[in-house]
Design a protein around this ligand. Sequence first.
Ligand code: IVH
Length: 674
Amino acid sequence: MSSPAQRVRELHETLHQASYRYYALDAPTLSDAEYDRLFRELQELERAHPELVAPDSPTQRIGAAPSERFEKVQHRRPMMSLDNCFSAEEFDEFAERVHKLLGDEPVTWVIEPKMDGLAVALTYEQGQFVRGATRGDGTTGEDVTANLRTIKSIPLRLHELPPALFEVRGEVYIAKSEFARMNAEREAAGEPTFANPRNSAAGSLRQLDPRETARRPLAALFYDVGEVGALEGNPAPGHPFKTHLEKLAKLREVGFKTNPINASCTTIEQVHEQFRKMQAARHGLPYEIDGMVVKVDSEEQRARLGAVSRTPRWAIAWKFPAEEEATTVEGIGVSVGRTGAITPFAQLTPVLVGGTTISLATLHNEEEVHRKDIRVGDRVFIRRAGDVIPEVVRVILEARKPDAQPFAMPPDCPACHHPVARVEGEVVLRCRNPACPAQLAARLQHFASRLALDIEGLGEQTCAALVDSKLLQSPADLYALTREQWLTLPRLGEKSVDNLLEAIARSRTPRLSRFIYALGIRMVGEATARALALRFPGPDALLSATVDDLQSVRDVGPEVAAQVRSFIDQPENRVLVERLLAPPASIVPQPEQIVSSGPFVGKSVVLTGSLSTMSRDEAKAAIELRGGRVSGSVSRKTDLVVAGADAGSKLTKAQDLGVRLVDEAAFRAMLELP
Ligand code: IVH
């Protein structure tokens, strides 16, 4: 039997090692249960032998008594801040200055995501965590040691014995998913919510009671080594690193987590490329970043470049364009969808957000407008993140005009003036008039859309004009329109009409799945339409399917089956299908091809980046048509990754896992496309 002191040491070692593997390497070796068991054993030993409780014991992450206020800490070396730039041109100016100051010698650039958290400096003496401070004004910060101890990705003791004094710097943050969970919990408990992950991290780290901090999901990543050397009294020997990359490697060696997507470049073009990749990867990352940091790698070059006041000349933060901007709500309108759903939208004073001018934002539904209390005339923050539809984040209440009126949904459909109603259990209001022209125009647009019958040239405006002109009451009427009738529509010349007539003729032999999708059955998207087409050989079989037949189809549950059945049960829908199949429309849906050989059969494919010759939907359809499956994330089960331009984190992951990668040209060759 080992002595209690020995066993405590063993447990320290095992538990420290386990948290390092878990939090820094993402490669746990102990199960959670094993960890808990050993942790409790240590707690019990410490209770029996209080003299064995060491300050760096894994049990000491929680429990310090609350303090009145934070002590001030003088940083041994100032914590500098970064200069910003907002465009490729501005970055190039920075890089040119660096090259000029260095006499045009080669430069290696290190690229790191700019974490949107808060900077901290941690001091380790003889390998033990003794003090942690916020950045403060860069010279003096606040001592938040007790709170930092509660963060599991901060090692309490270092792996190997580094120099007597070892100071590291990094960012404390809260992951996006944890932030959402925490806000939902706060909302449920009636507590105020945080505006964003950064604020919630800052608020959590500055709690006076460390027990409260321990309950917050804080994490940390490290990007710098500060002071290294001997302890007080002895002059520090300066730090031993020649490059930033060496520092990062050292950080990992002694137990800190560094960012796995850091990269290095040797040309300005590569830095530009990294910026595009970082922007593409941004929304897929688990934490928020607001740009990327570009740093000169060589310490010797850094020394020559120096700093201007508190900003180094050897690094810069290249920020992403803002995704949130303020503008004014000029009006609130409603649109009518193909299922009659009435959706409110905001008309905005045009504003540039994330590189695009935005003048409309969705308001989702009535409940949402009331929850956010959005009124005409309000100043609002709008947000457009990536490809997401722009939306109103919040109203700037301080700027509200006294006479601003709460929004009310119109009682009638704006298109047909029938009263609108809410279906039980639904949030949306719907126009229930089957003859509503706005619904008809939207149905027609869906019928002709790219993934449906793909009638090129039949877009939103033409569909609306056709309905207005009363030339058409159903998508089936499209096939009976004469050239002369088409020519009566505004803004359509002879050439456009001829193209349209050709496109309509081509649409007569669609694949069955496209035909089903084009019908616009609620809850039947493209994938479900394909599943139905594989199960039912033609439209007639589908029309006579029972709910049980429908539910036997892969991916079709009771709700979808009920929607399909209710569509079939409506006489006007049966008439529509019959008319589409009979002259003059004479559509002949083609049986769904089941491919049994070829490079995609049974394969799991991931698409990343953008393709220049086809849309993502088209690429997906092409793969599925050849028997493959398209999945959203890369794993060991992925067979192939198609990497287009500006591919981001999925590409990196594929490389890490050794998954087969092809570019657009090779992909087209596999598809046997020219
Ligand atoms: S380096 C002199 N690297 O940005 C260099 N900072 O304005 C000092 N930040 O206070 C910082 N990610 O909070 C560096 N990869 C990164 C960073 C980063 C975020 C923040 C940090 C700092 C501020 C500098």
